[in-house]
Design a protein around this ligand. Structure first.
Ligand SMILES: Cc1cc2nc3c(=O)[nH]c(=O)nc-3n(C[C@H](O)[C@H](O)[C@H](O)COP(=O)(O)O)c2cc1C
Length: 209
């Protein structure tokens, strides 16, 4: 691993057109990743803090950007949800290796409107909707067969019917308070631009890489 390294070179200077719209560049970068054919262009790592103050992170899919909010969907009884309910501050990072770009978003997570979660749920393939019912996310599972049995039970239960949003499933929005854009440049002289919310509005600055 010691000798695995790569010089970055694609990045152009990061320009923020309008600091009052801190997530505008995020939307553009997600679209650039989609256009470039990046695998999982909306995969995002989200860190929460548990009851003992320990950080815990995992991947989710970024599914919503609106105003200063980003959003993702999950089981509302999962570890991450329990952690958010206890301590609502989260930090999310997205890394697109092919584009040599990273974004970090920090802010307070709150449970998303049920309507938004329902819209998203109804857009998912039937099997994903069944899996949402079948998975007791983050709880111990005795065997693979147990999970498959639950999937089959819900498949029969909702046979020929629309599959509703489970009451224990939904989403979270994170209201950004700090957004940092990073782009790789040659010789590790990378670009970092940070937007921070203050009482007066958004402040724009640069950081040493
Ligand atoms: C690329 C990728 C995307 C994922 N997207 C989601 C997601 O959108 N929602 C979700 O609940 N879990 C998603 N997962 C699974 C989570 O990483 C995690 O295993 C699960 O949510 C349980 O996390 P928790 O026990 O910390 O709550 C994804 C995993 C990967 C690798």
């Amino acid at each position: 691993m010691r000798d695995v390294r790569r010089d970055y070179g694609q990045g152009a200077p990061i320009e923020i057109d309008d600091p009052t719209k801190p997530l505008e560049l995020l939307s553009k970068w997600v679209q650039d990743a989609i256009d470039a054919g990046v695998t999982e262009p909306n995969a995002m790592n989200i860190a929460t803090v548990d009851a003992r103050g320990n950080p815990r992170n995992r991947m989710v899919l970024l599914k919503h950007i609106e105003g200063d909010d980003i959003g993702f969907f999950t089981n509302l009884e999962s570890d991450k949800s329990v952690e958010i309910q206890g301590h609502s501050m989260v930090s999310a990072t997205i890394w697109w290796p092919e584009l040599e770009r990273q974004v970090r978003i920090e802010g307070v997570a709150t449970q998303m409107d049920r309507g938004l979660a329902e819209d998203y749920h109804s857009s998912r393939p039937r099997k994903s909707r069944l899996a949402a019912w079948a998975s007791d996310q983050s709880r111990p599972l005795g065997s693979r067969e147990e999970l498959e049995r639950r999937f089959d039970q819900y498949d029969s239960k909702f046979d020929g019917e629309d599959i509703p949003l489970p009451p224990f499933w939904g989403g979270y929005t994170v209201r950004a308070d700090r957004v940092e854009y990073w782009e790789g440049r040659p010789s590790r002289m990378h670009e970092r631009v940070v937007l921070t919310r203050s009482e007066e509005g958004w402040n724009l600055g640069r950081l040493y890489p």
